[in-house]
Design a protein around this ligand. Structure first.
Ligand code: SF4
Ligand code: SF4
Length: 687
C-alpha cells in the first residue's frame, strides 16, 4: 500500500501529497510564467513555419541525444556522459509519473505495485542508477578536481549533482526498505533486493522498517518536487529550454540574419532602434537561447577569439546577456504594465553595450561559427553579435578605424579594398584570357562571379586566372561581369552596415536578372554563402555553386581529368563559410584525392572542428585586439604540426591570411599556401 494512503497526524496522506504538489507546481509555474513574459519582451520573429519538420528535427536531435554526442571527441567524452544521463534520467522521470504520481497521488497502487511490471521497471532503474552515479562522479571530478577549462566549478552545478545523486540513492534505499518491511525476498531489482535481504538480517523491527520506508518515500517525493522548483531558477533551466530551442532551431541556413526594413531609415529619430542596443531589441528566439545555455563551455574552448586571448567568450556573452535580462527584465515588465517616466529612467541606467558586453568583444568575432557548431543546445551566437554591431555602426557610428576604411571603400568603390592599383587589376585579369565580359543586351546562363578579393588582390588573381582557364578547358560556357562586378555585400553585412549590404544585394540581383543569369559559380565561400542563402530574401533565386562542388562534379563525370601527378604532402584548411556554414567538406577532399600522388595530411582541427583563419566577419579589414595572438598565426601552428609542404584552401580570404602568417614567420621557403584551384590547374596542365 502506498504511503500516501496512510494518515499522518490526523491528516490524510493524499491531502499532504497534493498540497505539496500544488505548492511546488505553483512555484514552478510562477517562475516559468515570469521567464516566459521576459522572453516575450523580445522582438517578433516567425519560427512557427514547417511545424512537422520542426517536430521531426527536435525528436531526431533530442531522443538519440545527437545534440551532445556530436561533440564527443577522443579528448572530450563528456557528451557521452550527458547522453547517458539524459536517457537514464528520462527513465526515472517516467517512473515518477507512474510509481509516485499514478500509484501514490491517484491511488492506483494496487494495479502498479508488486506487479511483474514494477519488478522489471525497478530492475532497469537499478542499472540506470548505477550509470547515473558513475557519470555524476566523473562529472564532479572533471569539474571540481581536474578543473577542465570549459567548466565552471560553480555551487549551482554542485547542488544539481547532489540532487541527482540523492534521487538515485533514495530510489535504491526506498525499494530496499519497502521490500524488507513487506518481507519480500527475491533477486530483483538487484540493488533493492540485495539491500532488502541485508536489512532483514540486521534485526531491525518491523515498525522501524515501515517507518523508515515511509520516511524515505516522502523524502524522495520532496526531493523530486524541490528539483522541479529549482530547475527554472538555475542554469538547469536548459533541461526544459533546450528542448524548445531544438524545435525552433534554424531549419535552413545555419546563420539567419533578419533584414532591417529600409523604411527604418526614414523613421523619426528614436522611434526605431537599428540593431540591438537594449535586450528587448533582440528577438524572442534570441532570448530563448539565453535560457537554453547549459554553460557547458564548449563554445568557449573552441572560439578562435577566446583562444588567441581576446576578451570575447561566446559562453560569457550568452551568460552575461542572460544575467542582464534577469536583471533589467522585471523593471521592463513593470514599465510595460505601468509606463511612467520614472520607471523608464530606472531601466535605462545600465546599458547592454558597455554593460553586459563590451565593444571589444563585439568586434572580436570572426563569425566563424565554431561556437554554434559545438553548442549542444542550438544557440545562435552570431546573429546576436551582428545585431549589436548593427547598432554600433548604424546608430552610434562606432567602429574600429580599420573597419571604417573598408566601409568607405565599399561605398565609394563598390569593393572593400583600398588602392587604385588594385582597382586596375580588376580589368587586367580578363585581358589575359579570352573571357566573355558581359555587356548590355547580353544574356548568359552561367556567370563566373569572381569576387572582390579574387579580382583585386594580386595573389588571389592568380587563382582566379586558374579558375577561368579550367572552366575554359572544361568547355563551360560562361561569362564574367568585368568592371561591372561589385562586392556581394558580405563584409558590410557581417560588420553591421546592413543598408549597404541590402543596396548591393538588390543591385546585383537586378543586374543578374538583366543578363538572364540562372547559375553563378564562385571561388569565394563568402560570396557563395551570401548569394545562396541571403539573396533569396531580396528576390534573388539563382543556382549558386562553389567551384569545389562544380569541379568535383566534372571530375566525377570524367569531364575533367587530372593526369599530372603532384608529388607533394598537403594539408587542407576548411574555410568556415564553406565548411561549417555550408557543409562542403567532402568535395575539396575528393578533388585532392583525384590528383595523382597528392598526399593529404589532415590537421587535428579539421572539418566541423576546423579552426578559423581569422579573416571572416569583416576581420580581414579590422585590426585584432592589440597584445593578443593573431588568429592566422595560431592556425599556422596547426598547419606546421602536419609537416605538410603546402597548405591548401578554397577561399581567397583564407589564402590571404595564410600568406600573411607564412610571411610573418619567414617560412616562405618551406611552406606554400595555395588555392585548391591552382593545384587542379597544375594537375591538369601536363599529361
Ligand atoms: S563565431 Fe567564432 S569568433 Fe565569433 S564567438 Fe563564435 S566561435 Fe568565437
Ligand atoms: S552557448 Fe552552447 S556551447 Fe556555449 S556554454 Fe552555452 S550551451 Fe555550452
Amino acid at each position: 500500500m502506498s504511503p500516501v494512503s496512510e494518515t499522518y497526524w490526523g491528516i490524510p496522506g493524499y491531502v499532504i501529497f497534493w498540497v505539496l504538489f500544488a505548492i511546488a507546481f505553483g512555484l514552478f509555474a510562477q517562475r516559468f510564467y515570469f521567464l516566459f513574459r521576459l522572453m516575450l519582451l523580445g522582438r517578433k520573429e516567425n519560427r512557427f513555419d514547417q511545424i512537422g519538420e520542426r517536430i521531426k528535427a527536435m525528436l531526431v536531435e533530442v531522443i538519440p541525444q545527437w545534440c551532445t554526442l556530436k561533440t564527443v571527441t577522443r579528448k572530450d567524452l563528456a557528451g557521452l556522459g550527458h547522453a547517458l544521463l539524459f536517457w537514464c534520467f528520462s527513465l526515472f522521470f517516467i517512473s515518477y509519473i507512474i510509481f509516485i504520481g499514478l500509484a501514490g497521488g491517484f491511488g492506483l497502487s494496487t494495479y502498479i505495485e508488486q506487479t511483474p511490471f514494477e519488478t522489471v521497471y525497478f530492475s532497469i532503474l537499478d542499472f540506470a542508477a548505477v550509470l547515473v552515479t558513475l557519470t555524476l562522479i566523473v562529472a564532479a571530478i572533471r569539474r571540481y578536481i581536474l578543473r577542465v577549462p570549459r567548466l565552471e566549478p560553480s555551487v549551482e552545478a554542485g547542488i544539481i549533482l547532489m540532487m541527482v545523486f540523492s534521487l538515485m540513492a533514495l530510489h535504491v534505499l526506498g525499494v530496499g526498505f519497502d521490500h524488507a518491511s513487506r518481507g519480500v525476498h527475491g533477486s530483483w531489482p538487484p540493488l533493492g533486493a540485495a539491500l532488502a535481504n541485508y536489512l532483514s538480517k540486521t534485526g531491525l523491527s518491523q515498525t522501524t522498517l515501515e517507518t523508515v520506508s515511509r520516511g524515505l518515500w516522502w523524502l524522495h517525493y520532496l526531493v523530486i518536487l524541490s528539483f522541479m522548483v529549482y530547475i527554472p531558477r538555475s542554469k538547469h533551466l536548459h533541461i526544459l529550454a533546450s528542448l524548445v530551442n531544438a524545435f525552433f532551431k534554424p531549419l535552413g541556413p545555419k546563420v539567419v540574419l533578419e533584414p532591417i526594413p529600409l523604411e527604418a531609415l526614414e523613421a523619426p529619430e528614436g522611434s526605431v532602434t537599428l540593431g540591438a542596443s537594449k535586450i528587448e531589441d533582440l528577438t524572442w528566439k534570441d532570448l530563448l537561447d539565453l535560457y537554453a545555455c547549459a554553460v557547458c563551455g564548449r563554445c568557449h574552448v573552441n572560439c578562435p577569439a577566446q583562444l588567441t586571448g581576446k576578451t570575447l567568450s561566446p559562453r560569457e556573452l550568452i551568460h552575461n546577456l542572460k544575467e542582464y535580462l534577469l536583471d533589467v527584465g522585471p523593471g521592463l515588465l513593470a514599465s510595460k504594465a505601468k509606463p511612467s517616466a520614472e520607471s523608464q529612467a530606472e531601466i535605462t541606467v545600465k546599458s547592454m553595450i558597455g554593460g553586459a558586453i563590451t565593444e571589444d568583444e563585439i568586434w572580436a568575432c570572426t563569425t566563424c561559427g565554431a561556437c554554434q557548431e559545438v553548442c549542444p543546445v542550438n544557440i545562435e551566437h552570431i546573429r546576436k553579435i551582428i545585431e549589436l554591431r548593427r547598432n554600433l555602426v548604424l546608430e552610434q557610428s562606432k567602429m574600429p578605424e580599420s573597419g571604417q576604411l573598408m566601409l568607405r571603400n565599399m561605398q565609394q568603390r563598390g569593393h572593400p579594398w583600398a588602392g587604385v592599383q588594385s582597382m586596375r587589376l580588376r580589368g587586367d585579369w580578363t585581358s589575359e584570357l579570352d573571357v566573355k565580359i558581359l555587356a548590355e543586351g547580353d544574356t548568359i546562363h552561367t556567370l563566373f562571379w569572381v569576387g572582390c578579393t579574387g579580382a583585386l588582390v594580386e595573389r588571389n588573381v592568380k587563382a582566379t586566372l586558374a579558375m577561368a582557364r579550367i572552366l575554359k578547358a572544361a568547355r563551360v560556357d560562361f561569362g564574367v561581369l568585368g568592371d561591372a562586378e561589385t562586392c556581394c555585400g558580405d563584409p558590410a553585412r557581417r560588420t553591421g552596415y546592413e543598408f549597404q549590404f541590402q543596396m548591393m544585394a538588390e543591385q546585383n540581383i537586378e543586374m543578374f536578372k538583366s543578363f538572364g543569369i540562372k547559375e553563378i559559380i564562385t571561388t569565394c565561400p563568402h560570396c557563395y554563402n551570401t548569394m545562396k542563402h541571403e539573396y533569396p530574401r531580396y528576390g534573388g533565386d539563382f543556382k549558386v555553386i562553389h567551384y569545389t562542388e562544380f569541379l568535383n562534379d566534372l571530375i566525377k563525370k570524367s569531364k575533367l581529368k587530372l593526369p599530372h601527378p603532384l608529388n607533394a604532402s598537403l594539408t587542407y584548411h576548411d574555410a568556415c563559410y564553406l565548411g561549417r556554414y555550408n557543409d562542403i567538406y567532402n568535395e575539396p577532399r575528393q578533388i585532392l584525392k583525384a590528383i595523382p600522388q597528392a598526399r593529404l595530411v589532415e590537421m587535428e582541427r579539421s572539418k566541423e572542428m576546423g579552426f578559423c583563419c581569422g579573416g571572416g566577419g569583416g576581420l580581414m579589414w579590422i585590426e585584432e585586439q592589440p597584445g593578443t595572438t593573431k588568429i592566422n598565426q595560431m592556425r599556422l601552428e596547426d598547419v606546421l604540426k602536419t609537416k605538410a609542404e603546402t597548405v591548401v584552401t578554397a577561399c581567397p580570404y583564407c589564402l590571404q591570411m595564410f600568406e600573411d602568417a607564412i610571411d610573418h614567420k619567414n617560412l616562405k621557403d618551406s611552406l606554400k599556401a595555395k588555392d585548391l584551384i591552382e593545384l587542379v590547374e597544375e594537375a591538369l596542365k601536363k599529361s
